[in-house]
Design a protein around this ligand. Structure first.
Ligand SMILES: *Cc1c(COP(=O)(O)O)cnc(C)c1O
Length: 356
């Protein structure tokens, strides 16, 4: 079996892709694990590899059950659907993925509305949530669910303080609210803060984790929760058309990612620090959000624009993403080598922009 080595291909062409941590290709080890997968029809519950992945993920979080889905959008949307009734209210941060990037799915799939809180780099506090809960008044939608995001994508990869989450859990218990975690990059937070999955498993009613972000699998997310909740989630996944057949080939990649690609995330975090340092003080950089994990977001100084920076970097073989007219995002991942980071730092240091 011959595997094409994508990394060497990248270096030869000098294309370094920081647009997202979703651009990774499976490693040779991961592809081998996929080929060896023992598969069956997962809609019949007969795919051994999918069953193993779900049990493994639930096990490391100390949660009862898990369900493998096509995307993080699907796991979040299924969770919201299972926790709520139409006309309920979901409390979340104003920059959160479930509100910004899931196509209006909360309204479409669950018939709920949202109560948005402007937090601190994507994070909200128990105090802010407490103030956002509606009174038991027939005029008001019923506050039903709180959804947190850790790390926060638009918050620049910021991490929650686990003590704040404990306070939020306590509040949810007192006010009879469900608590969901969009943990698309939860492993980045846990590695950065030296936290164990079991701690998160105890605090949330449901957790969504992405295997296809920084963990490097090609496809897939897992939703975790109580047995009964996941049983309900299977119904919703089916009605959304998300039942997959020999999904074990994909689950094998996910299991490999959980077993091999977690501790290495600290390399990505180190790389992000190196690049942020190179960006610091450059004429086109106004300021950089604190870098806590694998995401760098910087504000472009006037008169330059995010698009200008993006295009100029592209000419030098460095791909980045303008998340707003004046903000640029770079995400570190498995396919970025130390040599690529050094090259990027050199490109950044030498970049000269002409005023538009
Ligand atoms: C990427 C992401 C998701 C899920 O995205 P999919 O592309 O649907 O897998 C959910 N939440 C956050 C914070 C994300 O960054």
């Amino acid at each position: 079996m011959v595997f094409q080595n994508e990394q060497s291909l990248y270096i030869r062409d000098m294309i370094i892709d920081f647009r997202s941590d979703t651009v990774t290709r499976p490693t040779p080890g991961m592809l081998e694990a996929m080929l060896k997968a023992n598969v069956g029809d997962d809609v019949f519950g007969e795919d051994e590899m999918v069953n193993s992945l779900e049990a493994f993920a639930a096990g490391i979080f100390g949660m009862e059950a898990g369900i493998f889905c096509a995307s993080g959008t699907m796991t979040n949307q299924i969770a919201i659907k299972c926790h709520t009734q139409p006309a309920d209210e979901v409390i979340c941060e104003s920059q959160s993925h479930i509100y910004q990037y899931e196509g209006g799915g909360i309204a479409f799939n669950s018939g709920c509305q949202v109560k948005l809180i402007d937090g601190n780099r994507g994070r909200i506090t128990a105090e802010e949530i407490s103030a956002a809960i509606n009174p038991n008044d027939v005029h008001k939608p019923a506050s039903r669910l709180v959804s947190l995001e850790n790390t926060s994508n638009r918050g620049g990869g910021s991490c929650y303080d686990i003590h704040e989450i404990e306070k939020i859990r306590e509040l949810c218990n007192q006010r009879n609210l469900q608590l969901h975690l969009d943990g698309a990059r939860l492993f980045n937070a846990m590695v950065a803060r030296n936290e164990a999955p079991i701690v998160y498993g105890r605090l949330f009613d449901s957790i969504s984790i992405c295997l296809s972000k920084s963990l490097g699998a090609p496809v897939g997310s897992i939703l975790l929760g109580k047995k009964e909740f996941i049983h309900k989630a299977r119904r919703v996944r089916k009605l959304l058309g998300g039942g997959m057949r020999q999904a074990g080939y994909l689950a094998a990649a996910g299991l490999y990612a959980l077993q091999h690609h977690i501790t290495r995330l600290s390399e990505d975090h180190g790389h992000a620090q190196q690049i942020a340092k190179a960006l610091q003080g450059q004429h086109f950089v106004k300021n950089i959000m604190p870098v806590e994990t694998n995401i760098i977001i910087f504000e472009v100084s006037t008169p330059y624009t995010g698009r200008q920076v993006t295009e100029k970097l592209k000419e030098k073989g460095v791909l980045v993403y303008a998340i707003s007219p004046t903000r640029v995002r770079m995400v570190l991942h498995l396919d970025v080598t130390p040599a690529m980071v050094a090259q990027t730092c050199a490109v950044v240091a030498g970049l000269r922009l002409d005023p538009a």
